[in-house]
Design a protein around this ligand. Structure first.
Ligand SMILES: [Fe+2]
Length: 324
């Protein structure tokens, strides 16, 4: 019976996958488009591609040293923090949001937004660099796989409850909303880390059944984290978190997230090449990064699977130094 269900699931997945896949011709067309900086500029003229501009005006108000101390204090105590007010100006997040919508209309997954300068620069503002280096040390680095989340109204949801890293330490996730993340459109929820005993966390990670008392404890330790567009939300690798299922008649919940690694921490094979958290990468590195994200996250995000062949070609070209 169970075997029958599993087989039926595989058949259904295969049928869905084939229905959603690009033809070989379309895959080849998109590989050529992906390599063209001019194509991306035409698709989103309000954004930049390797424009070599100075981006010193992204921040609405710089974070003060006291604010950074408070945020890192909360991170140490409870495993997470958020800014209460937007750090990034709305004009910037609005341009980025339009970019995400235009990508979707053109049949691209929103992770392709990382071809644009703004998606790299928004994580490299002076306040961000001060905050991250205070927590991770001056030699901290950024992971190559980046991600953009798009939660559609009503049917969409964020990822179900999980921790980002259970088998590796000193990794740190930062989440940037491009729209207001609200209770109704699927904002993030976390369980405060100091409320989860190590024993309970191990049970959770091992997918063991929990007692009624343990479930009550977890539910009551939950924090809803609605945040405005342009703010920052962040959590440690062993914090349980998720995005809820969206309601009707709300705007989509759109955000990007980046993972950092502490200074002097050796990366694992699936985390290389680490990127500078200060410099904006060149175009070929951006394509590599998008391709790595597709490969890394496609098991969780099924809509990434149709870009697998494109990602494979771009990663091969990057290794062979074939991307201009
Ligand atoms: Fe996560």
């Amino acid at each position: 019976m169970e075997t029958g269900k599993a087989e039926a699931g595989k058949v259904l997945f295969k049928a869905l996958f084939e229905k959603e896949s690009f033809s070989e011709e379309e895959t080849n067309r998109r590989i050529e488009l992906a390599r063209s900086q001019d194509y991306w500029r035409q698709l989103n003229p309000q954004l930049n591609v390797c424009a070599d501009l100075t981006f010193d005006d992204f921040e609405k108000d710089a974070l003060t040293n006291n604010e950074i101390d408070d945020m890192l204090g909360k991170l140490g105590r409870e495993g997470y923090f958020s800014t209460q007010a937007p750090l990034i100006r709305k004009e910037i997040t609005d341009r980025m949001l339009l970019g995400v919508e235009n990508l979707r209309k053109a049949g691209w997954h929103e992770v392709w937004a990382f071809v644009y300068d703004e998606f790299w620069q928004v994580t490299r503002t002076p306040s961000m660099l001060r905050l991250l280096s205070a927590h991770l040390g001056k030699g901290f680095m950024a992971m190559p796989h980046v991600v953009v989340h798009y939660v559609c109204p009503e049917k969409g949801s964020g990822w179900s409850p999980h921790v980002d890293f259970y088998d590796r330490h000193d990794r740190f996730t930062v989440w940037f909303p491009l729209t207001d993340a609200t209770i109704d459109n699927g904002c993030m929820y976390i369980i405060a880390r100091h409320r989860v005993s190590d024993t309970l966390l191990v049970k959770w990670l091992n997918m063991e059944d929990l007692s009624h008392r343990e479930v009550k404890n977890l539910l009551q330790s939950t924090r809803a984290l609605p945040v405005p567009a342009g703010s920052i939300l962040s959590w440690k690798g062993d914090v349980i978190h998720w995005g809820t299922i969206s309601s009707k008649n709300v705007e989509p919940r759109v955000s990007l997230s980046v993972v950092y690694i502490k200074e002097n921490t050796p990366p694992l094979p699936d985390e290389v090449p680490l990127l500078s958290p200060v410099e904006v990468p060149d175009f070929s590195t951006r394509l590599m990064s998008v391709a790595k994200a597709i490969k890394y996250y496609k098991i969780h995000v099924l809509s990434l699977n149709k870009f697998s062949a494109i990602a494979h070609e771009l990663l091969t070209a990057y290794k062979e130094n074939r991307i201009a």
